[in-house]
Structures are given as structure tokens and as C-alpha cells.
Write a protein that binds this ligand. Structure first.
Ligand SMILES: Cc1cc2nc3c(=O)[nH]c(=O)nc-3n(C[C@H](O)[C@H](O)[C@H](O)COP(=O)(O)OP(=O)(O)OC[C@H]3O[C@@H](n4cnc5c(N)ncnc54)[C@H](O)[C@@H]3O)c2cc1C
Length: 255
């Protein structure tokens, strides 16, 4: 890698260093691998930036700093079980030790380990950029990603089990180490349902539960080496039906 590295100590310093051609560097698992899609002439190293590694569970929310690794989150007390399940979707121990929660969200991959579950849970992201700091739903972050390319994700906030949220997630892949061709999650809080889908080669989708069939029909789902469009649509439909049935069960007992 022939480029410059900057080493800020604080969130404000990191944000001030972000310029055209720069990218943040967290665990480096996405940035450093062969044929990485991350192109930059300078990297802003997030390791060592104060305020990005806390995990705070308070009442109905859990706030996880963006530099928390998968391994650390898996070992921490207070992490909701539904999120632990998604963290386990990353089967490689080496990757778990390096990969960060913020890096996973920022990558917004179509085979994402975490995003479907976080969307289904109604998670929020905390952001910092030259305009200041804000918190927004992850779904909104996904829609505005083009204009938020320079934003630093400082934390993700997810509802704890004490909030009454229930989330089911399912990952379809040939092996635990293979890329997922479908990752599907559905969450329920009170009477509201949310869906998060990651479809390899197609993208991330958040179809509305009330007319999900309509929005789903418009989604661009491709035939590829992982399966035909018809197969992926069938699998998604039956998985969502099953999740809906389980989450709608009397008092959620079946979940
Ligand atoms: C062999 C291999 C297979 C993989 N398979 C999968 C897979 O199936 N599913 C999957 O989801 N991931 C996969 N990954 C990618 C990766 O391991 C994870 O997505 C990981 O969580 C990325 O986190 P990181 O800290 O390593 O990010 P980095 O590599 O450091 O950064 C990734 C991107 O996010 C940006 N970024 C990082 N942190 C922040 C932040 N706090 N704020 C804003 N932008 C930020 C960086 O600029 C860069 O563009 C794979 C990686 C490898 C090497």
C-alpha cells in the first residue's frame, strides 16, 4: 500500500483530517484485502482515537463504539442475544479479532454480517463530520450514504431485550466461511415489524412489512453462481413467512 497514514487522537481531529481522497481505517479487514474496493491516497487510523471503544448498556439501549471488534462485542456483558447471533455470522476468528462494528456498517456490503439484523432491530448510528454530530436511524444512513461518505461512524445504538424488541436473523451460505447469498432479518417491537435483507450481488433492502410483496417485486435480484433469481425470491419469501409466524406467536413465546 503506497499511501499516507494519519493518526488522530480524538474524534474532532479525525473529522478535521478527512479530505477528498482520504478514508478511515478501522480493523483493515475490508481495506487491506486483495482487490479491496476501498480506494484512498491517505488513511486516517481510528485505532487510538478516544471515545470509539466504549460499550454502555443502559435501560432499553445498548451503545457500542464503532471501534469495538466482533470478538470484544461477543465477550461483553449486556450485548443483546440477537446481535450476538449476527456477530457469529462472521465465522473466521482472525476476522472477528480485527473487524470492527463501524467498519462493517460503513462497508454496506451486499453480504453484510450485521446490517440486516441491525436494520430489523431499528438500530441508530451516531455520526461525526465537518457539519457536527448527529444520530440517525441506520435505514436513513443507508439511504443517504452517498452524501455521508466522509462521515465518521462513532457508535451504533441498538435496542436491548429489555425494550421488548425481538429479532430473528438467518444467513444462507454454502459454509460458515463462504459469502452469504442471502441474509434475512425480521424484528418486532410492540406491533411494528421491520425487515432487513442483504442479497449478494443486489444490495441491502428494507421492504415495508405492510406491502413488502410490492416493494420486493421492484428489488433488483440477480441470477448468479449462488442461485437463480427465482430461488432467492422463494427462499426470502418462505423465510420471512416463517419469521413473521414466529414473531406473531402468542407473547412471542416461539421466538
Ligand atoms: C476474506 C474476507 C471475507 C469477508 N467476508 C465478509 C462478509 O461475508 N460479510 C461482511 O459483512 N464482511 C466481510 N468482510 C469484510 C470485513 O471483514 C467486515 O465487513 C468488517 O466488519 C469490516 O470492518 P473493519 O474494521 O475491518 O473495516 P476497515 O477495513 O477498516 O474499513 C472498511 C470500510 O469502512 C470504512 N470505515 C471503517 N470504520 C469506519 C467508521 N468508524 N466510520 C466511517 N467509515 C469507516 C473504511 O474507510 C472502509 O471504507 C470480509 C473480509 C475478508 C478479508
Amino acid at each position: 500500500m503506497n499511501c499516507e497514514f494519519y493518526s488522530p487522537a480524538s474524534i474532532d481531529e479525525a473529522v478535521a483530517m478527512m479530505k477528498d481522497g482520504c478514508a478511515y481505517f478501522a480493523g483493515g479487514t475490508e481495506t487491506e484485502h486483495l482487490n479491496s474496493r476501498v480506494e484512498a491516497s491517505a488513511f486516517i487510523l481510528l485505532r487510538g482515537v478516544a471515545g470509539l471503544t466504549g460499550i454502555e448498556a443502559s435501560g432499553e439501549d445498548v451503545r457500542i463504539g464503532s471501534m469495538v471488534t466482533f470478538t470484544r462485542a461477543l465477550k461483553a456483558p449486556g450485548i443483546p442475544e440477537y446481535f450476538r447471533e449476527a456477530l457469529h455470522f462472521c465465522g473466521s476468528l482472525q476476522k472477528r479479532n480485527m473487524a470492527t462494528i463501524g467498519g462493517n456498517i460503513a462497508s454496506w456490503r451486499c453480504d453484510s454480517y450485521l446490517i440486516p439484523t441491525l436494520l430489523a432491530a431499528g438500530a441508530q448510528v451516531e455520526l461525526a463530520d465537518e457539519t457536527g454530530r448527529c444520530t440517525m436511524p441506520l435505514e436513513e444512513y443507508g439511504q443517504k450514504r452517498d452524501s455521508l461518505k466522509k462521515a465518521l461512524i462513532t457508535a451504533v445504538i441498538l435496542p436491548s431485550e429489555a425494550s421488548g424488541v425481538k429479532v430473528l436473523s438467518k444467513r444462507y451460505a454454502n459454509t460458515v466461511e463462504s459469502h452469504a447469498y442471502l441474509t434475512i432479518a425480521m424484528g418486532k417491537k410492540e406491533d411494528a415489524f421491520r425487515i432487513g435483507l442483504a442479497i449478494k450481488g443486489s444490495g441491502i433492502f428494507t421492504p415495508d412489512i405492510t406491502n413488502w410483496g410490492v416493494s420486493w417485486k421492484m428489488a433488483d435480484v440477480k441470477d448468479d453462481m449462488f442461485g437463480s433469481e427465482a430461488y432467492k425470491r422463494y427462499l426470502t419469501g418462505t423465510t420471512l413467512d416463517d419469521m413473521y409466524e414466529k414473531l406473531s406467536g402468542e407473547g412471542g413465546d416461539q421466538v
